[in-house]
Design a protein around this ligand. Structure first.
Ligand code: AMP
Length: 214
């Protein structure tokens, strides 16, 4: 499980780890965004909350994660990204998997760095890849990988980013405290190059997992 503020590189690192370990990347934000894009009843229910930077209800998101973790592809593990976001969600997750089986990493990045990072963050409308642009122009860049349009997520607007950081700070502290005392908990400095963050994540997983393996 990766914890950390929006813009900490969590999503990028989660996708990379999932590929390296051949286990699914479960991002609640991605699942909700796909629902909004497809115009499903779930999408219609959460679109306004997401656009404003608030959190969707614990019960709704927990049902969604419980269903996803019941899929057979999670049998050998999974990377959880964006859940749990509240202490109630953390308690619910402990009913889905043995609490001691979780490996938890907090990626630390200061707020001012995040606001700067997110104002240059773009998502490709076609392939979904997240990347950053050199300046603050919106809607003028093309994806270097597939040629699709690079767009700013509505919730990456600087005013919304500040609201998301406030929401994060209020909700995340109890979640971090919930896990901090556990043997599987660790912290990684998210200011390092992405490759070093990836290396530190592997080192933590190795440290926690090796005594558990037969
Ligand atoms: P993310 O991509 O993780 O930043 O999530 C984008 C948005 O989806 C958040 O700002 C929330 O509105 C919603 N969201 C994602 N995960 C959760 C969660 N675990 N609990 C509540 N809301 C969530």
């Amino acid at each position: 499980m990766l914890l950390g503020p929006p813009g900490s590189g969590k999503g990028t690192q989660a996708a990379r780890l999932a590929g390296q370990l051949s286990i699914p990347h479960i991002s609640t934000g991605d699942i909700l965004r796909a629902a909004v894009k497809a115009g499903t009843p779930l999408g219609k229910q959460v679109a306004g909350i997401m656009a404003s930077g608030g959190l969707v209800g614990d019960a709704l998101i927990t049902d969604l994660v419980r269903d996803r973790l019941a899929e057979p592809d999670t049998a050998n593990g999974f990377i959880l990204d964006g859940y749990p976001r509240t202490a109630a969600q953390a308690a619910a997750l402990d009913t889905m998997r043995p609490p001691d089986s979780l490996v938890v990493v907090l990626i630390q990045v200061p707020d001012d760095v995040i606001v700067k990072r997110m104002s240059s963050r773009r998502v490709c409308d076609n392939c979904g890849l997240t990347q950053s642009v050199a300046h603050d122009a919106v809607g003028e860049e093309q994806c270097p990988y597939c040629g699709g349009d690079l767009i700013r997520r509505p919730d990456d607007h600087p005013d919304t980013v500040r609201r998301r950081l406030e929401t994060y700070a209020a909700a995340a502290t109890p979640v971090i405290e919930y896990y901090r005392a556990r043997e599987g908990f660790g912290e990684v400095n998210g200011l390092q190059h992405a490759d070093r963050v990836n290396g530190a994540l592997h080192a933590h997983i190795q440290r926690v997992m090796s005594p558990r393996l037969p």
